[in-house]
Write a protein that binds this ligand. Structure first.
Ligand code: SF4
Ligand code: SF4
Length: 111
């Protein structure tokens, strides 16, 4: 049985419906500033790959790599944003970026 669009979460590829209300972050056990993560994600999708370094400069206790994939953020979002999906994607990018920096022996990389 197929779901209607209205019952589906907005795809993780957009984040465009985020109102930056911060409700999701208040339920995040990893204490990640999710609106900030979504902002970085939008900048990345707009072509700014350098924005990914902001993930390691976030002021919140947690950053995307600390996500435990509980799904609480997506479940609480009244705007239907798949916040967990976005955080998961950026966690992979953040992790890859860190690995690249270690393997290249550099403090900065091109992404
Ligand atoms: S993802 Fe949803 S709950 Fe989180 S800040 Fe955006 S609109 Fe608010
Ligand atoms: S899925 Fe990740 S980002 Fe979302 S509430 Fe859970 S720990 Fe936080």
């Amino acid at each position: 049985m197929s779901k209607t669009i209205s019952k589906q979460k907005v795809p993780a590829r957009t984040g465009g419906m985020c109102a930056s209300c911060g409700v999701c972050s208040s339920y995040c056990p990893a204490q990640i500033d999710i609106p900030a993560v979504i902002k970085i994600y939008r900048e990345y999708l707009a072509g700014d790959t350098q924005t990914l370094k902001k993930l390691d400069e976030m002021e919140s206790v947690g950053t995307p790599v600390d996500c435990i994939e509980c799904g609480a953020c997506s479940a609480r979002c009244a705007c239907g944003v798949d916040a967990a999906g976005i955080v998961r994607e950026l966690a992979m990018m953040q992790s890859c970026r860190r690995t690249l920096m270690v393997s290249c022996g550099r403090k900065e990389v091109g992404i």
